[in-house]
Design a protein around this ligand. Structure first.
Ligand code: BTN
Length: 243
């Protein structure tokens, strides 16, 4: 296992995250942190054996392939919780500035998926909590990528120093969550600027039926607007190539 300087990472992010742990292997960082974590905790893993993806899919995290982590956040304004997944996607674009977003939060680099984000929430409790889970492709062998529509930083010629990159990503997430808490308009402004789904002809796959149309924008609560109708969930396919 690569040795990580946890003292360095923790000291870099201490004003935002109370405890960062890095483990070799875990089922799902989201599941473990939701079950055992406290608000402000971060769990990073080299490998997941039962990683969870959006829409009930699985998420593959072979050892050393991703910056794979979850962060546990306690929230007061559950009405605005729908913006948290978008804020998390934006945080990844802060550390990979030429990446952009497919609604709600797939991070694309050169039109290929660089990172996936799954937020899971417990909202009907006295202290609502959200776990933000990020799988950011850092070091894959091309032949191991699960789909050819994915990419990885190393495959785009970018090498990162893991500990610095982990700290920077956590700082970016902390800052975007601060904007969320403060209801700072910059958050949605930056999201809309980075979201290449806006203006696109898309297909939205939903459990109760697909919708196709042009995306007019994203609402104040994070829904995608297709031909004037807002949708809160689903899988978007861009029907034309994206930048
Ligand atoms: C997607 O389907 O695009 C979302 C994938 C989210 C994967 C991350 S990896 C860290 C965290 N733990 C999980 O089990 N899933 C998320």
């Amino acid at each position: 296992m690569t040795v990580h300087d946890m003292q360095f990472i923790n000291s870099e992010v201490a004003h935002v995250w109370r405890d960062v742990r890095w483990v070799e292997s875990v089922g799902s960082t989201n599941a473990l942190l939701l079950a055992t974590g406290k608000p402000g905790d971060v769990l990073i893993a080299d490998e997941q054996t039962a990683g969870r993806g959006r829409m009930g899919r699985t998420w593959v995290t072979p050892k050393g392939s991703q910056l794979c982590f979850s962060a546990l956040i306690s929230i007061d304004e559950v009405e605005r919780a729908g913006l948290i997944p978008l804020a998390a996607g934006l945080a990844v674009t802060d550390v990979v500035p030429d990446a952009n977003l497919k609604w709600p939060n797939d991070v694309l680099l050169g039109g290929k998926k660089l990172a996936g984000i799954l937020t899971e929430a417990e909202l009907n409790t006295p202290q609502p909590r959200v776990v933000v889970g990020v799988g950011l492709n850092v070091a894959w062998r091309r032949e191991d990528l699960p789909v050819d529509t994915a990419t990885s930083l190393n495959l785009e010629g970018r090498d990162v120093e893991w500990d610095r990159f982990a700290a920077d990503t956590l700082l970016a997430l902390g800052e975007r969550m601060r904007q969320w808490r403060d209801n700072d308009p910059q958050l949605l402004g930056d999201y809309r600027a980075s979201c290449v789904t806006i203006g696109q002809l898309v297909r939205l796959q939903r459990p109760n039926g697909d919708v196709a149309g042009v995306v007019d924008g994203v609402t104040e609560t994070g829904e995608v607007i297709i031909d004037g109708v807002a949708f809160s969930a689903g899988d978007v396919t861009h029907l034309r190539p994206t930048r």
